[in-house]
Unconditional design. Structure first.
Length: 274
């Protein structure tokens, strides 16, 4: 078997896991790319009704149901099915392994040094069919890990998560992990508000007048100028604006929670339901 044939064969010692919920918009491409890398696919679903489960069955993947709790706990549950292979690749349902990244994953696994227990890859967000080549960039994500040393960490709300390796070190590999996060700008704003509100209700810092006045502006300028989001055209401006909106919503949620806590501590009367 020559090198080109090897690059097209599924990797036996790799398990790829997804967490899904009504993910039919993105899972066909994500699952097709994953199956080109490995036949060992784990899908943990939290109650999809949009055809996601049918898609899995059509591709000979048996989804496992788990009621939604937090993202961290869903991923940990999914990873518990990956101990049969040396390597685990953890993906969101809206992330697609492009060909250049797939090639790098194969090379990284084949040539990994004894102390290389994880590999980071650059995630690039797409909006309306085009990549944001500057906004959010670079966005390195540790996703390929040795199954016996990978752990999930998250914020107090269980919304934002990251992976760590308990031993060894993580290296970086070439290629792009495509992130089809949003349908359009409206979806981008709605998701940002929802997740920022959840984060804000569990956060321990922020929520002050200065945060509300200045943090959204700082978040906007960071993307627009430091990351040079303006080079992505209107898509970059929209994404930078959405980051600012999410930051504002987070600090408003923190302010609300703290204000209510102070009122309760002083024996304040709860407002009546409208």
């Amino acid at each position: 078997m020559d090198f080109q044939d090897q690059q097209q064969m599924p990797i036996d010692d790799l398990t790829i896991c997804f967490t899904t919920f009504n993910s039919i918009r993105t899972m066909p491409r994500a699952l097709a790319a994953a199956r080109a890398l490995s036949k060992n696919i784990v899908v943990v679903d939290s109650g999809s009704t949009d055809g996601t489960l049918d898609l899995c069955h059509e591709n000979h993947v048996a989804p496992v149901h788990r009621d939604w709790t937090t993202m961290k706990e869903q991923i940990e549950f999914a990873m518990s099915f990956c101990s049969g292979t040396t390597w685990t690749l953890v993906l969101d349902s809206d992330e697609i392994v492009l060909d250049d990244l797939a090639s790098s994953i194969r090379t990284a696994m084949a040539d990994a040094k004894p102390d290389e227990t994880g590999f980071e890859m650059n995630r690039v967000t797409w909006l309306h069919g085009r990549p944001l080549r500057h906004t959010f960039q670079p966005e390195w994500r540790l996703r390929l890990i040795r199954s016996d040393v990978g752990v999930v960490r998250s914020d107090t709300a269980g919304v934002h998560y990251r992976f760590e390796v308990t031993s060894g070190r993580a290296s970086r590999i070439d290629g792009v992990l495509r992130h089809d996060a949003w349908i359009d700008v409206g979806d981008m704003l709605a998701r940002g508000v929802r997740w920022s509100n959840a984060t804000g209700r569990a956060a321990t810092r922020g929520g002050r007048i200065t945060n509300i006045c200045f943090n959204p502006v700082i978040a906007f300028l960071k993307q627009l100028l430091l990351k040079r989001a303006f080079l992505d055209g209107w898509r970059g401006w929209a994404a930078a604006g959405a980051v600012a909106v999410g930051t504002l919503c987070k600090h408003i949620a923190i302010m609300e929670r703290r204000g209510l806590e102070k009122e309760r501590a002083k024996g304040g009367v709860e407002p009546e339901d409208s």
